[in-house]
Design a protein around this ligand. Sequence first.
Ligand SMILES: [Zn+2]
Length: 87
Amino acid sequence: MTDARPATLDDMIADELGVWLWCNNCHYHRSMDPSPLADKLGGDFPVPDVGRRARCGSCGSRNVESRPDWTSRSIGVVTRHTLDEDG
Ligand SMILES: [Zn+2]
């Protein structure tokens, strides 16, 4: 089953998603382009592990979480869904 496998940086690139980083210390957040991350960490690097390698750009904390940035394509999903209903 593939649903037990964490999303990787290659998955983010294939799906045109960003990598969402959130600082648990100061709540600073941003979405990163996965391509330079994949160059550095490898395409099969799990997205949830990116935050463990990251440092907050605002406060310098290493208490950072990462996940796929679903919001980066939510508009496209809504549009596609609307088209499906129409057809
Ligand atoms: Zn921070």
